[in-house]
Design a protein around this ligand. Structure first.
Ligand SMILES: [Zn+2]
Length: 269
């Protein structure tokens, strides 16, 4: 997904960010001192928490997506219509990719996690988020040859320092053993932020924005690709990426995201 307004950073994040610039023993000692002085807070509700990430209350508010769901789009069904039945969306607007899966619905707690990872350098959240994704994508990962993260444009990558999709993909690589090709897909032109655009404007905005790097064609040619992103909203970004991968002769493209927007007003089939 593309950027939304960045929430303010608490002081502890600035301190932790500064510490990560130090190395080795000093960093560990300073981090320990900081953790005693500033207890770890739940990223969603700011209550103190054991370990890292979210507290038990916020965890219970995450809506993990489990079957039954649309076999193509991964949209959860209210009841099980049978194994082969597709959602209305998959029939009306079939995507370029074969299948999409998401760990959770994009609701309040999920949004807080995504923003913390994306804008507050909370890379410590990636292991948990990546593990939930690996679980949701078990079927796709079992049939995959390579993982490809959705790239940032280099200017945005520079200002934001790292690619959150890449951070999630590295965790999924460790979990699944599927090899990561972090540089395979490039954003070849800058795109406007997707927030506030209509479905068709989003599609136009990202059309032709991605390309498989000429020196990475061999990582994609004939391979079954799982594309990794943090959030799936309209699906326009992952669709444009899937088209670029298929033009480079990927055997298939599936999509695995942390959170997907689920329109609760539309009934399933
Ligand atoms: Zn909490």
């Amino acid at each position: 997904m593309d950027a939304e307004t960045s929430p303010p950073r608490p002081i502890s994040h600035h301190l932790r960010g500064a510490l990560s610039a130090c190395g080795g023993v000093w960093r560990r000692a300073a981090r320990l001192a900081l953790d005693i002085a500033l207890p770890t807070l739940c990223v969603a509700c700011r209550e103190p928490v054991d370990g890292e990430g979210v507290c038990a209350t916020c965890w219970s508010k995450l809506s993990f997506i489990a079957p039954p769901h649309c076999p193509r789009l991964g949209i959860p069904f209210v009841y099980d219509p049978g194994p082969e039945l597709l959602s209305m969306e998959a029939i009306a607007n079939p995507p370029a990719y074969a299948r999409a899966r998401a760990a959770v619905r994009y609701d309040d707690v999920a949004r807080t996690l995504v923003h913390a990872l994306k804008y507050q350098d909370r890379t410590d959240l990636a292991p948990a988020m990546g593990r939930w994704m690996a679980r949701a994508g078990t079927e796709l990962l079992g049939q995959a040859d390579v993982l490809v993260p959705v790239p940032l444009h280099w200017r945005r990558g520079w200002s934001r320092r790292y690619n959150q999709s890449g951070a999630l993909a590295r965790v999924i690589e460790r979990q699944s053993g599927v090899k990561l090709a972090p540089q395979a897909l490039r954003r070849v032109r800058p795109t406007q932020q997707q927030v506030g655009l209509s479905r068709s404007q989003r599609a136009t905005n990202v059309q032709g924005a991605f390309k498989v790097a000429p020196d990475r064609q061999s990582q994609i040619y004939g391979r079954r690709v799982v594309l990794i992103d943090d959030v799936l909203t309209s699906g326009a970004t992952v669709d444009a990426c899937a088209r670029a991968l298929l033009r480079a002769k990927a055997a298939s493209v599936d999509v695995l995201v942390f959170a997907r927007v689920v329109d609760t007003h539309k009934p399933p089939i």
